[in-house]
Design a binder for this molecule. Structure first.
Ligand code: MN
Length: 195
């Protein structure tokens, strides 16, 4: 069974086409209109070894909020669809990424229970044209729509680009770990029998 999903979502604020292959090779083809978000999604694909195609036409004349959040919604929906009934997957993933002075850990559970805890220091920061405070908005949209428990924990860090990039890389690696197939455990990885 291919673990892929295609999402098309159109509102008055954004129009998005996204496709995801969890068993890809890290190929990204991403154009959202927000250069830094393209950079982050490209490294998410590379470090998560997933193939990701995104096209977004968003209302960037307002600001970047709708674009960033709605791409997160579509990515979350795609993850939820691609993992299907979650039979045979590892379920949990935790990865810590250092980036120079910055250290960020992502720990996630494909639990079926949406939750985000995020302490990234993004307030009042701009990374080029990117509003850094949209980063937790992105991760919240992913967590809610993928129905995952997601913790994004910054131990320390100074440079805003490093902080956000380390978070996306850690998320990609943790997601890859959680979605791996464990051949010793063919059923749903829960004593409840369903996730
Ligand atoms: Mn970078």
């Amino acid at each position: 069974m291919p673990r892929t999903a295609e999402i098309a979502r159109a509102t008055t604020e954004t129009e998005i086409a996204l496709s995801l292959d969890l068993d890809g090779s890290g190929q990204a083809d991403v154009l959202t209109g927000v250069g830094f978000l393209d950079h982050m999604l490209t490294l998410l694909a590379r470090h998560g070894l997933l193939d990701l195609h995104v096209r977004c036409q968003g209302d960037l004349h307002v600001d970047q909020h709708h674009t960033v959040e709605d791409v997160g919604i579509c990515l979350g929906q795609a993850i939820d669809r691609a993992v299907g009934d979650k039979k045979g997957i590892v379920r949990y993933g935790t990865f810590t990424v250092p980036m120079d002075e910055t250290l960020v850990m992502v720990s996630l559970d494909l639990s079926g229970r949406p939750f985000l805890a995020c302490n990234l220091d993004t307030r009042n920061r701009k990374i080029g044209e990117f509003d850094a405070e949209l980063t937790p908005e992105f991760f919240r949209a992913v967590a809610v729509n993928a129905r995952m428990t997601l913790h994004v924990h910054q131990f320390y860090g100074e440079n805003g680009h490093h902080i956000i990039e380390a978070a996306f890389k850690a998320f990609g690696r943790a997601l890859d770990a959680a979605t791996r197939v464990d051949e010793r455990s063919p059923g749903v990885p829960s004593t409840k029998g369903v996730l």
